[in-house]
Write a protein that binds this ligand. Sequence first.
Ligand code: ZN
Ligand code: ZN
Ligand code: ZN
Length: 277
Amino acid sequence: MKLLYLGTAAAEGWPAPFCQCDNCKAARIKRGKNIRSRPQVLINDDLLMDYGPDTFCHSLQYDLNLDLVRTVLLTHSHCDHFHPLDLILRSAPFAYGQDSEAMRLFGNEKCRQMYEDLLIHAEAPEHLADCVSFSEVHAFSPFISGKYRILPLKAVHDPRENCLLYAVTDDCGKTILYGNDTGAFCPETWDAIRPLHFDLVSLDCTMGTGGAYIGHLNLEECFAIRKQMLQTGCADDATTFVVTHFSHGCCPLHDELSALAAAGGFVAAYDGFSVMV
Ligand SMILES: [Zn+2]
Ligand SMILES: [Zn+2]
Ligand SMILES: [Zn+2]
């Protein structure tokens, strides 16, 4: 299974467009891996994690053929993860040469409502529903999309909606955990992942070197999750651990962040980071 991290910032991006903090100023000067867009991961060319506002720019930046994407897993409705209006781009007259198979979105009740609002939006093409379908999914109710077996898990993030994490297994038997946005896992999620074995675990690290915050993780909390996963056996020394979704407010620039993460057994993702498991 191949993962390409298209965007690795928290909601505001890095540098945040209106921010004059030291971390944003430094990122504007140093650029490179310090420039981070909104979070999104492409798996094997045909599965997208989230559909945020930088999707179009990602298609340019990484020369992607998004027509190959058949499955989109939405973690929750926050603006950095779901930008439904751009889904109109999947349908004529914004896209031609499409085959007849719809791109399938999976997400929670709030995302479903946003999708239904999109279908009656003034700018929505008449046949949009033929090109983009939506299925509401629930934590701990597994489903199949194409060659993937998918288990939604309960995130600890925004109590106003059922935010989801995803365990994804491909047809080669490789399994990953996509874990943002979330705080420390709830007991039900630990119960669900305990019987699994992950080849890669990707965790929210919005808070970086900052203090604990309900709904997101910092580095120390990510290290604790790794330790617990190794103890329970759902991960082992061969498991790749990745942190992503970094905030300019709580995280150092990439080189320092990368060194801190490595000390705890993690790789710090950056925009364009690619990993095969
Ligand atoms: Zn987010
Ligand atoms: Zn800033
Ligand atoms: Zn969020």
